[in-house]
Design a binder for this molecule. Structure first.
Ligand code: G3H
Ligand code: ZN
Length: 283
C-alpha cells in the first residue's frame, strides 16, 4: 500500500535497518524499484525531485503511474512517494495535493530561522494530510538537479532545536556525504551522527548514498540513520547497460530492446541495496 514514511522509518530506527529511497527518472525506474521491493519484501521510498517530476510530466502523472503499477503488480509492501529536495512551500503543497505521501523541504541553504519557519509551514500542511516531512541542515556536497555546493556539517544544537520547533518526522543532517560520485573515499562524521541521533530523537537520513562503502553504511545504520538515498548508482548502471546493448548492436532501434536491459540493471542495484541496508523481509 501507499503510506507515509513515518511508520516505516520508526520501525527501521527501532530495529537498526535502513529504508532505501530510490529516485525515479521515468517509467522503467518505477517498474524496477517496485519489482525489487516486492521480491525482497522490503519497504521502499520512491524519491521524486522537482526536475524529475517535471520530466515525467508533473507530480500527478507520477502518482498515477505509481498507483497503476502497484495495482498491476499487486504490491503488498509499504511504498512511499516522496518529494526529494523540495525547494519551496509551493512545491511541497503541489506534491501533497497530487497525492505524494511524503515530502522533503530543503531549506538548508537558508539561515536557520528561515529554515525553521518554512519547515514548520510545510509540516502544518503535510501532517493535516497525513503526509510525512523530512528537513535538512548543513550542506550535502556535489551536484543535484543543477545545484552545486561544498560540504558543511550540520550543527547538533540546531538539529535538536529544528526538530523540536517544527515537528518533522525525520532529519537529514549533512555530515560529509556528496551527491553524485565521491572523489576518493567518503569521510562521514559518525561521531556527529551519533550525537545528533541522541539529541534530535528522530530517524536520520543519509543523502548521497551512491559510492558509500558497506562498512560505513553499517555504521550509519547503527548510529540512527534509517533512510538512505540512492540515485546516481542506478543512473550509472542503467546507462552502462543501455550503452553496452547499443554498442553491440548498432542496427537496433526498438527502445524496448535497450531500455529493458537498462531496467534490469536498475532492479539488480536496488535488490543489492535492500540487502545491504537490511530492509529485505522487513515489509
Ligand atoms: O536526494 C537524493 C540522493 O541524495 C541521491 O544521492 O545520487 O549520490 O546517490 P546520489
Ligand atoms: Zn539528496
Amino acid at each position: 500500500p501507499l503510506v507515509s514514511m513515518k511508520e516505516m522509518l520508526e520501525d527501521a530506527n527501532k530495529n537498526r535497518y535502513g529504508v532505501g529511497q530510490f529516485n525515479l527518472n521515468n517509467l522503467e525506474y518505477a517498474q524496477a524499484i517496485l519489482q525489487a521491493a516486492e521480491e525482497e519484501q522490503s519497504p521502499v521510498i520512491l524519491g521524486v525531485s522537482e526536475g524529475a517530476g517535471k520530466y515525467m510530466g508533473g507530480f500527478k502523472v507520477v502518482v498515477s503511474m505509481v498507483k497503476a503499477l502497484m495495482e498491476e503488480y499487486g504490491t503488498t509492501v509499504p511504498v512511499a512517494i516522496h518529494l526529494d529536495h523540495g525547494s519551496s512551500f509551493e512545491a511541497c503543497a503541489k506534491a501533497i495535493h497530487a497525492g505524494f505521501t511524503s515530502v522533503m523541504i530543503d531549506a538548508s541553504h537558508d539561515p536557520f530561522e528561515e529554515n525553521v519557519a518554512l519547515t514548520s509551514k510545510v509540516v502544518e500542511l503535510a501532517h493535516f494530510h497525513g503526509v510525512s516531512v523530512e528537513a535538512e541542515l548543513g550542506t550535502v556536497g556535489g551536484t543535484e538537479d543543477g545545484v552545486t555546493g561544498g560540504i558543511i556539517y550540520a550543527d547538533a544544537n540546531e538539529c535538536k532545536e529544528l526538530v523540536e520547533r517544527t515537528g518533522v518526522d525525520c532529519l537529514a543532517p549533512a555530515l560529509g556525504s556528496v551527491h553524485g560520485p565521491y572523489q576518493g573515499e567518503p569521510n562521514l562524521g559518525f561521531k556527529e551522527m551519533e550525537e545528533i541521533n541522541t539529541v534530535a530523537g528522530v530517524p536520520l537520513v543519509l543523502h548521497g548514498g551512491t559510492g558509500i562503502p558497506s562498512e560505513d553504511i553499517k555504521k550509519a545504520l547503527s548510529f540512527g540513520t534509517s533512510k538512505i538515498n540512492v540515485n546516481t548508482e542506478n543512473q550509472m548502471a542503467q546507462t552502462e547497460a543501455v550503452r553496452k546493448v547499443l554498442k553491440e548492436k548498432p542496427e537496433l532501434y526498438d527502445p524496448r530492446k535497450y531500455l529493458g536491459p537498462g531496467r534490469d540493471a536498475i532492479k539488480e542495484i536496488v535488490i543489492g541495496k535492500m540487502r545491504e541496508f537490511s530492509s529485505s523481509n522487513k515489509a
